[in-house]
Design a protein around this ligand. Structure first.
Ligand code: ZL4
Ligand code: CA
Ligand code: ZN
Length: 393
């Protein structure tokens, strides 16, 4: 088993259904469920399955999904087929280029949601301490609206499950986009604290929400006031800046709010070289966030989910690395010899068949100019600390 062993003192579970990989958004759409095949091949190639409980999750039922979503919306999602693009409901539910209708869409949605719900269930019943679903993390979906490649909000469903046993759940989102769907779903409650790190540019970067002063309902009598936190960033943030900011702000939130369960969305589009992202992060820095949160979870349940990530080979590398952090294993840099798709990792740009080609080797061809001054980052920290003064643990 490559020296990969189960961690001592806690249980990690991995939730997945391989049928989720077989779906295509069509044409040149950036979202490629195939990246999950690559991730799985790396995880298995390194033998990480020997360190975790591996579960084949099943699809969510419509009844499960209706705990958050509108039934009319679900009916449409289930029965719509290509050719319905002209229908009134297509417009109403905001389908389009970002959220196209594709063959098998309902199966794809119910499978990624089913894995998150199953993962949450294992945490709630104390059968797992850290539960992982790389196929989930679709944070933009709304109650009755598809948005930003997301149709079903698996995160909201999982948090709803955690709330049956946990008085306070904290949601952390390191995808390069704002976690607007999760924030909106729990906007008016103090039982979920949401904290998203993202590129923010109101006019020019999707979805345009998540400013520093968007912290919950303006009505201070509303229990949710101050329980939605946002860290809006510019282009090109570097490893050390991001890690420092993450440690200070996320650490303060965990200490102050003292949640009993944490959900960490690990969108890999915050990496340098991502097709959609604008940051300069290496795999090590992204993983350091996972490691930091894990270290805060000795007496807390942790749900780890995927999200964005549009350069498939780097998504797979990152999520495999982060799986290894969860079980406390360290992986050799050489890729396993006999994995299928090995060639996907052998690219001239950042390939040569290694797991960590860009762990510390920026600049890459897609280096973004760093627009963060120390002063800007300090202001963010101060603002977060200021918000926390309103929050009771
Ligand atoms: C594409 O090439 O900024 C979709 C989307 C489809 C193929 C063919 C259609 C060509 C980039 C993106 C026209 C596409 C026009 N195809 C898309 C305001 C927009 C309106 C739609 O990581 N056009 C919308 C959504 C973001 C917008 C990001 C991140 C999800 C997550 C969690 C969602 N939407 C402008 C774009 C392409 C496409 C190429 C695209 N869409 C890039 N950014 C967006 O947070 C999973
Ligand atoms: Ca985010
Ligand atoms: Zn994203």
């Amino acid at each position: 088993s490559n020296g990969i062993e189960r961690p001592k003192g806690y249980t990690v579970s991995f939730h997945y259904n391989p049928r989720v990989e077989d779906h295509h958004f069509g044409g040149k759409h950036p979202m490629k469920p195939w990246r999950l095949t690559l991730t799985k091949q790396l995880v298995l190639g390194y033998g990480l399955q020997f360190a975790m409980d591996m579960w084949q999750s099943s699809a969510s039922t419509k009844v499960d999904l209706a705990r958050f979503h509108d039934v009319g919306y679900l009916d449409f999602l289930q029965r719509v087929t290509r050719g319905d693009e002209k229908s009134e409901l297509f417009q109403k539910f905001q389908f389009g280029d970002d959220c196209p209708i594709f063959e098998g869409m309902w199966e794809y949605c119910t499978l990624y949601a089913g894995a998150s719900v199953h993962a949450a269930e294992k945490l709630v019943t104390d059968q797992s301490d850290i539960a992982i679903n790389w196929s989930g993390g679709l944070h933009h979906a709304k109650k009755m609206q598809a948005s930003g490649f997301c149709y079903i909000n698996d995160i909201v469903l999982a948090i709803q499950d955690l709330l049956t046993q946990h008085p306070r759940v904290m949601y952390i989102d390191i995808d390069v986009h704002h976690g607007d769907g999760v924030e909106q779903a729990f906007w008016s409650t103090d039982r979920v604290l949401t904290l998203s790190y993202h590129k923010f540019d109101y006019q020019n970067f999707f979805p345009g929400t998540g400013a520093l002063d968007d912290t919950g309902p303006a009505d201070i009598a509303n229990p949710g006031a101050h329980y939605s936190l946002n860290v809006p960033l510019r282009d090109g943030i570097e490893d050390m800046q991001y890690i420092k900011l993450f440690h200070s702000t996320c650490g303060a939130c965990i200490n102050h709010y003292d949640p009993t369960a944490i959900v960490l969305q690990c969108g890999a589009d915050s990496l340098g070289g991502d097709r959609l992202g604008k940051f300069n992060l290496n795999i090590r820095a992204h993983g350091a966030c996972v490691e930091f949160v894990k270290r805060q979870c000795h007496n807390r349940k942790l749900l780890i989910i995927g999200g964005g990530g549009y350069t498939p080979r780097n998504v797979a590398r990152t999520w495999c690395h982060e799986t290894s952090l969860c079980v406390g294993a360290s992986l050799r840099d050489e890729l396993p010899n006999h994995i299928p798709y090995r060639r996907a990792f052998e690219t001239p740009v950042n390939g040569d068949g290694r797991l960590y080609p860009r762990l510390d080797n920026l600049p890459s061809p897609k280096h973004h100019v760093n627009e963060h001054t120390e002063e800007y980052l300090r202001q963010i920290e101060e603002n977060i600390y200021e918000q926390l003064r309103y929050i009771k643990g």
